[in-house]
Design a protein around this ligand. Structure first.
Ligand code: UGA
Length: 436
C-alpha cells in the first residue's frame, strides 16, 4: 500500500521504517527540513537501538523515502499517518496545532480515497475535529479518520513496532477499518491482540494506558518513601506485589520517577481533558506530585549527607530519562541537576548517549563522556539512569577517583553488600542505607 507519514520523530520514524519493512511503499515528511536533509544523508535525528539499520534497509530497498515536500508525501497516499508532536501548553492542555496543520495538509493534497491515521497521543474528541478539517477540503466522503495510538516505548521502539503486543484501531467507518486490517496484516503475530473500537474510545484508551503505567511508577515511589521510614526494602515489596498476575511486575520499579515525552505531558493533558469533561480526577494530579517527590527525595539525600552544597561536586550517572535513548525531555536527572546547581554545587554528568542533548538543555551542567572522569573529585554521585555502562562500572576504581565515596542510587542498580565491601556510603531508593 502507499503510505504517507507526517512527522519523523520518535513515533513517525519507527512507524515509517516498520511499514516499509513489511512491504509498503512509504514516503515520510517533516516540517523540519534539516531533519529530512539529515535522513537523506543517512543520518539519524535521534538515537534508538536498531532504528538506523531498519531505516537504511528501507531506503536501500526503495520502499522508504523522505521528502521535505508534504504534498509529495500525501498526494497518492492510501493511508496518511499523523505522527506530529502534541506538547503541553502552559495550562497542561495538549497543544494540537501541529495535528490541525497536518490534517489540513492531508485535506489539501490527498487526491484519492485516504485513511487519515491519528497516531499522536491526543485527547478524546480530536478525531472529530480532524474530520471537520478534512471536510472543509473534500466533501466526497473519501477521507476518513481512524485513531491508531502508538504503544511503543523509546529504547525498544523497533522491537515494539515489529512485534506489537496490541494494535488498536478506533474508527467509525467499515471501509477504513478494512484498509487498516490490510495495512497491518503482516504485523499481526501470535502475541498481538487486535482491537477495534470507536474513535473516542481509542483516544481515551491511550491516555488511560499511559496514566495507569505512570500510576504504577508513582505507587512504587510512594512505597519507597514509606519503606525508607519503616526500614523495609521496597524492591522486595514490589517483587511480592508483582508476583500476583493481577498486579504484574512491570513499571513497579521505584527510583527517580518517570520522565520522557509521554507520561509527564500525557498525564497533564488527560487531567485537563477529564476536568473539561466535568470529571474531577485528583488521582492524576497526585501521580505527578509523587513523581516530583522522587527527585526531591534524591536531592534531600545528597543534601543530608554533604550538608552545605556550595563548592561541593556532584556527579550524575545517567542523564537520559531512561536507558536506550538520548532523549532528555523531562528527564529526572536534569530536574535533579537543576536543584543541585541552584543549591550551589558543581554538577558533572555522564551519559552513554544523551550528553550533548543534556548540555544544550542545561548549560550549567558539565557533561563528560568518561564516567571515571565525571566521578573524579566528586563529593557524591547519584545514579539517575539504569544504563548497562553504569552497572558495569569498576567499583574499586570509582571509589579511588571520588573525593568522598558516597553514592545515592536513584535506580537501585547496585548491590548493598558489594557497596559496603568497597567502603561506600550507599543510599539506595526505598532500601536500607549502607553507612560504613
Ligand atoms: C511510554 C509507554 O510505556 C508506551 O507504551 C507508550 O507508547 C509511550 O509512553 C508513548 O506514549 O509514546 P516511554 O515513555 O518510552 O513509553 O517509556 P517507559 O518505558 O514507559 O518509561 C517511562 C518512564 O518511567 C521512564 O522515565 C522510566 O525510567 C520510568 N519508569 C518506568 C520507572 O521509573 N519505573 C518503572 O518501573 C518503569
Amino acid at each position: 500500500m502507499k503510505v504517507g507519514v507526517v512527522g519523523t520523530g520518535h513515533v513517525g520514524l519507527p512507524t515509517a521504517a516498520t511499514l516499509a519493512h513489511v512491504g509498503h511503499e512509504v514516503m515520510a515528511t517533516d516540517a523540519d527540513g534539516d531533519k529530512i536533509d539529515l535522513l537523506h544523508r543517512g543520518g539519524m535525528p535521534f538515537f534508538e537501538p536498531g532504528l538506523e539499520e531498519l531505516v537504511r534497509a528501507g531506503v536501500e530497498g526503495g520502499r522508504l523515502r523522505f521528502t521535505a515536500d508534504p504534498p509529495g508525501a500525501l498526494r497518492e497516499a492510501q493511508v496518511a499517518f499523523l505522527c506530529v508532536g502534541t506538547p503541553p501548553r502552559a495550562s497542561g492542555e495538549a497543544n494540537l496545532i501541529a495535528v490541525e496543520q497536518s490534517a489540513d495538509l492531508v485535506g489539501r493534497h490527498a487526491t484519492g480515497p485516504t485513511v487519515v491515521v491519528e497516531k499522536s497521543t491526543v485527547p478524546a474528541g480530536t478525531a472529530a475535529r480532524i474530520s471537520e478539517i478534512l471536510a472543509r477540503h473534500r466533501s466526497d466522503g473519501q477521507l476518513s479518520v481512524v485513531c491508531n495510538p502508538e504503544f511503543l516505548r523509546e529504547g525498544n521502539a523497533v522491537e515494539d513496532s515489529l512485534r506489537p503486543d496490541r494494535i488498536l484501531v478506533g474508527s467509525d467507518s467499515d471501509e477504513a477499518l478494512a484498509v487498516m486490517r490490510e495495512l497491518y496484516a503482516p504485523l499481526v503475530g501470535e502475541g498481538t491482540t487486535w482491537i477495534e473500537t470507536d474513535l473516542q474510545t481509542a483516544e481515551l484508551a491511550k491516555h488511560a494506558s499511559n496514566a495507569f503505567l505512570a500510576l504504577k511508577v508513582s505507587f512504587a515511589n510512594a512505597l519507597a518513601r514509606i519503606a525508607e521510614a519503616a526500614g523495609a526494602d521496597v524492591e522486595a515489596v514490589t517483587e511480592v506485589m508483582g508476583a500476583d498476575p493481577r498486579i504484574g511486575k512491570a513499571h513497579l520499579s521505584a527510583g527517580l520517577g518517570y520522565g520522557g515525552s509521554c507520561f509527564p505531558k500525557d498525564l497533564l493533558a488527560f487531567e485537563r481533558l477529564t476536568s473539561r469533561l466535568g470529571y474531577d480526577f485528583p488521582l492524576l494530579r497526585e501521580i505527578a506530585r509523587i513523581n516530583q517527590e522522587a527527585v526531591d527525595a534524591a536531592f534531600r539525600k545528597v543534601e543530608e549527607v554533604l550538608w552545605n552544597l556550595e563548592g561541593k561536586r556532584v556527579a550524575l550517572l545517567g542523564l537520559a530519562f531512561k536507558p536506550g535513548t538520548d532523549d532528555i525531555r523531562y528527564a529526572p536527572a536534569l530536574g535533579l541537576a537543576d536543584q543541585l546547581l541552584e543549591a550551589g554545587a558543581a554538577v558533572a554528568g555522564y551519559d552513554p548517549q544523551a550528553g550533548p542533548n543534556a548540555k544544550a538543555e542545561l548549560p550549567g551542567l558539565e557533561v563528560i563522556d568518561d564516567p571515571y572522569v565525571a566521578l573524579s573529585g566528586a563529593d557524591a554521585a547519584v545514579v539517575c539512569t539504569e544504563w548497562d555502562e553504569i552497572k558495569a562500572l569498576d567499583l574499586g576504581r570509582v571509589r579511588e577517583v571520588m573525593r568522598l565515596p558516597i553514592v545515592v542510587d536513584g535506580r537501585n542498580m547496585f548491590d548493598s553488600a558489594k557497596m559496603a565491601e568497597h567502603g561506600f556510603t550507599y543510599l539506595p531508593t526505598g532500601r536500607p542505607p549502607v553507612r560504613p
